[in-house]
Design a protein around this ligand. Structure first.
Ligand SMILES: Nc1nc2c(ncn2[C@@H]2O[C@H](COP(=O)(O)OP(=O)(O)OP(=O)(O)O)[C@@H](O)[C@H]2O)c(=O)[nH]1
Ligand SMILES: [Mg+2]
Length: 428
């Protein structure tokens, strides 16, 4: 990598301080041209950025820097205009604007962090809840990678053991049937299952799920959105057809992030505005991870439920306060009252169960769909392996090892790297 990159590290927001990051071989020269000096490594110095602004400059010489290259950090006033002027000047001095995620990509390519750690940086910045931020920190500290490495190590060991057996065909059978292989193999499978579960949990923490509230007009959908989000975001009236637009709120239930979406009541109508609302509601329903289909218990209770086809459907009978019924939950049916709040805990617990969310996020790590996929593939290879057939076992252990390597970035194609880092923002 021969060029020097620059980007606003703190975004282009109006704030007290704005941070610009520069990385690459021209850093020393750029510092001298811009501020008249190169600061002492890792000490903040107060300098003038030509006639643009005054502020702090820090120099991190290679390899002890975030990217592993020479890095300069510039703290100026947090004005988008000032930040852009300084960046323009730095580009004149020979740098170019960084691509999204390019700083993290360089850190990965220079061996400062592995792929899951690079992803954890993005996860931390995007975290939607405290639990998600904490989990991202664990991943960034390498806790998740450690688990993958440990698992990988046991696979390699077993594979070496099996390969050794294959080299002595006359003793192979004894080797494979001495119980050691079987035991090690079972341990690996069990650990893999545990890591997979943790990774799924990590994905939930990171991305949350999309829950769409749907149903007939006046069932209490907007009231439910307001109750769950704890704010008065949707208009609620006794008039059917109040909501037309899609409304979104990000909430978290005991640390589990959720996006809840309120929609227009589903009904036949001649009003073109409402028709568009119903069309949008149906589009949201199709994309939802879960649909809460709300009914008014006073008149819709016995209506057939096949009004709506969705793979993840929960039917909610609302307004039980009007018929003095008890709140209850069975399978995917919940009786509750948004007005009195009775049964809302049942709904919250139901949502946690649906997502497989466990309460103990204390030691959780963030993870991605990509990690879950790779772990699942590794699991499939192990399923195909057979302890009594050496060749087959060795081959599948090798394939599982390769799948795990993709997670931390040992065996990653350029394609995959491009895909991962391009989802980062500029400056990361
Ligand atoms: N008694 C009682 N009334 C409720 C309850 N939940 C909502 N309501 C009332 O039902 C009416 C309709 O509520 P909304 O939340 O606007 O219903 P909606 O499903 O969003 O209606 P549309 O937007 O028209 O589709 C309002 O007058 C609410 O106060 C409940 O649990 N009990
Ligand atoms: Mg509404």
């Amino acid at each position: 990598m021969s060029d020097t990159i620059v980007a606003p590290a703190s975004g282009l927001a109006r704030a007290g301080v704005g941070v610009i990051r520069v990385s690459g071989p021209d850093v020393k020269n750029i510092a001298i041209q811009l501020a008249g000096k190169l600061p002492q490594p890792r000490y903040a110095e107060y300098v003038s950025f030509q006639d643009i602004d005054k502020g702090l400059m820090l120099y991190f010489p290679s390899p002890r820097s975030f990217t592993g290259e020479d890095v300069l950090e510039i703290h100026c006033h947090g004005s988008p205009i000032i930040i852009n002027l300084i960046i323009k000047k730095i580009i004149e001095l020979g740098a170019r604007l960084a691509r999204p995620g390019e700083f993290s990509e360089r850190a990965f390519l220079n061996g400062k962090i592995d792929l899951t750690q690079a992803e954890a940086i993005a996860d931390m910045i995007n975290a939607g809840s405290e639990a998600a931020a904490r989990a991202a920190l664990h991943s960034l500290e390498g806790v998740f990678s450690e688990k993958i490495h440990a698992l990988d190590q046991s696979i390699i060991e077993l594979r070496m053991y099996v390969e050794a057996a294959l080299d002595f065909p006359e003793e192979e059978v004894d080797f494979l049937q001495d119980g050691v292989v079987q035991k090690k193999f079972e341990n690996i499978k069990q650990t893999l299952a545990e890591v997979l579960l943790q990774a799924k949990q990590g994905v939930i923490l990171q991305t949350g799920m999309t829950v769409v509230i749907a149903g007939k007009p006046n069932a209490g959908k907007s009231s439910l959105l307001n109750l769950l989000s704890g704010r008065d975001s949707a208009i609620v009236t006794p008039i059917s057809g109040t909501t037309r637009d899609i409304l979104r709120e990000n909430i978290d239930i005991d640390g589990m992030p959720l996006q809840i979406i309120d929609t227009a009541g589903l009904r036949e109508t001649d009003d073109p505005v409402e028709q568009e609302g119903v069309r949008r509601a149906q589009a949201m329903i199709e994309k939802a991870d879960r649909v809460l289909y709300l009914k008014d218990v006073t008149h819709d209770e016995h209506e057939s439920d096949d009004l709506l086809q969705h793979k993840a459907l929960t039917i909610i009978y609302n307004k039980i306060d009007l018929i003095k019924k008890q709140a209850s939950l069975e399978e995917n049916k919940i009786y509750l009252s948004v007005k009195t709040g009775e049964g809302i805990d049942l709904l919250k617990n139901h949502l946690k169960t649906c997502m497989g969310f466990s309460e103990s996020t204390e030691n959780a790590c963030t993870a991605r769909e990509r990690h879950v996929d790779a772990l699942k593939r590794a699991e499939e290879y192990l399923e195909k392996a057979d302890v009594s057939q050496g060749e087959l076992l060795a081959e599948n252990l090798g394939l599982a090892h390769k799948a795990l390597g993709e997670i931390v970035g040992v065996f990653s194609t350029e394609d995959l790297l491009g895909k991962i880092f391009s989802t980062f923002c500029i400056g990361k």
